[in-house]
Design a protein around this ligand. Structure first.
Ligand code: ADP
Ligand code: MG
Length: 462
């Protein structure tokens, strides 16, 4: 039974270990630990899950050892973990956990022998070990780990992780795949981007092989579909998608999805698909805060055996605050200089080398860029925006682009008109007003469109 001494040691230990890690990591990984037994220098912790043990052992072993030794005043320490099995309130020794956890819903899935579907494989580099947890992604990490650990009977099916570009969605969902693959807890894993998935569905409908394709899908224990925002505007395949997801779900396949936006904010996404997704867990990743950015820079440079001083790390973390892909871009740039000139990177040097990157990013937003983004968003070729085409679809996209140019840039309506195939400035003002009016009356569709495009703009520029 838990005694007073255990509680006291637990308190002291938690205070001490705070010196070694940041508050977020503490709250997620250390706070839930309970000391259930102390036997001289043997300490037994109760933890919520096996994922938890793996993570702590991997990341905080030293911090754990040092804090405990200091609190107990001993030189050696042996740590044991017990898993608090929520389901039946028993406590299971970690060593035996694999045998003791009942194997729910054995599926006896056949290995797929259909090789005609070209599968994009998981990137083995993306694991939980090299993913920095911090403010903004902790919920996503914990849910991903939960699913990874309980792949055959997870409570979160589907798991959907959404958020802006370059924030680690692909990394996290791949980490689930790699984890279950390494643990051997799932054999058949499928990772697809949504456009390939939709293509396969469309082709199989065309060739009358959709049932066969569904049978193929349910041989998988885990299906990861990346970037499902592309499901939108594929109206015909959405109904089939809905049925396919149901079929996989009913056959106990775990589905993991990523998206740039919350399903509610995906324009033209089928309502039934939305509610299907909501039956699982939807969780987001947000841009990392300063401390997390610094930790990521440290990790990414160390992976290259590239030692950066703390000053330089903080300089990058302060100045590049968009997403992780941009942080990586900055490191690559500095590394290039370092490895070619063999000179240490100082803050002054970093400033000089990255200035270009930051300035060029800042100045990238211009009329042409907005036209690119709008054309990509509506899937309308850019030159149609500039021509005289007056179909309703093109006219709307053009008006949206003009509105964004007027509100996001300092350009005059005359200059904007010129960049739209030589139109009058009054045409630009008129289009802008029309969109503004729709926003004023809170037209839901237009509000959505503008918000989504602004999101893309903000993520691709400073
Ligand atoms: P997304 O799919 O959200 O656009 P990615 O998963 O492709 O983003 O991540 C972009 C890059 O940033 C990848 O190289 C990934 O390893 C890295 N990355 C993102 N978040 C983290 C993190 N928290 N820790 C370590 N690396 C990260
Ligand atoms: Mg991605």
């Amino acid at each position: 039974m838990v005694d007073k001494k255990a509680l006291k040691v637990e308190e002291g230990f938690k205070e001490k270990i705070k010196e070694f890690l940041n508050l977020n990591s503490f709250n997620t990984w250390i706070k839930p630990l309970k000391i259930v037994q102390i036997d001289n220098d043997k300490i037994t912790f109760q933890v919520p899950s096996k994922v938890h043990i793996d993570y702590i052992k991997g990341q905080y072993k030293n911090a754990l050892d040092e804090s405990l030794k200091s609190v107990l005043g001993v030189n050696e320490i042996t740590i044991k973990f017990l898993i608090d099995a929520d389901t039946d309130f028993t406590i299971v020794e970690t060593e035996e956990v694999l045998e003791k956890i009942p194997k729910l819903k054995p599926k006896n899935k056949k290995r797929s022998n259909i090789s005609e579907y070209k599968e994009t494989s998981l990137n083995p580099k993306y694991t939980f070990d090299n993913f920095i947890q911090g403010n903004g992604n902790e919920k996503a990490v914990v849910s991903a780990m939960n699913v990874a650990q309980q792949i055959k009977n997870s409570q979160y099916n589907p798991l959907l992780i959404f958020g802006g570009v370059g924030l680690g969605k692909t990394h996290l969902v791949s980490a689930i795949g790699n984890y279950v693959f390494e643990e051997g807890s799932a054999e058949n894993i499928l990772y697809l981007t949504s456009d390939i998935f939709v293509k396969q569905i469309v082709n199989n409908i065309k060739t009358g092989k959709i049932d066969e394709y569904k049978e193929y899908l349910i041989t998988k224990d885990l299906i990861i579909i990346d970037d499902i925002q592309f499901f939108a505007r594929k109206e015909k395949s959405q109904e089939e998608l809905f049925h396919i997801f149901n079929y996989i779900y009913n056959n106990n396949g775990q589905i993991v999805l990523t998206s740039d936006f919350h399903p509610n904010d995906i324009h033209q996404l089928d309502e039934r698909l939305k509610s299907r997704f909501k039956m699982g867990l939807i969780t987001d990743v947000r841009p990392p805060d300063l401390e997390t950015r610094a930790a990521i820079i440290r990790l990414k440079s160390e992976e290259k055996d590239f030692k950066l001083s703390n000053d330089v790390i903080m300089f990058i973390a302060h100045n590049i605050n968009t997403n992780v892909r941009d942080l990586e871009g900055a490191i690559v740039k500095l590394y290039f200089y370092y490895s070619n000139f063999n000179k240490e990177i100082t803050v002054t040097k970093a400033k000089e080398l990255l200035k270009e990157l930051m300035v060029s990013k800042k100045s990238t937003l211009n009329i042409s860029k907005i036209q690119d983004i709008v054309s990509e968003y509506f899937k309308i070729p850019k030159d149609l925006l500039l021509k005289k085409t007056r179909t309703q679809e093109v006219a709307q996209a053009r008006a949206v682009a003009m509105y964004l140019c007027t509100t996001q840039l300092k350009s005059t309506t005359t200059s904007i008109g010129m960049h739209f195939g030589g139109r009058e400035h009054s045409t630009v003002s008129h289009a802008t007003k029309k969109i503004q009016n729709k926003l004023n009356i809170q037209d839901a569709d237009m509000t959505n469109i503008i918000n989504e495009i602004l999101n893309v703009i903000n993520l691709s520029t400073y």
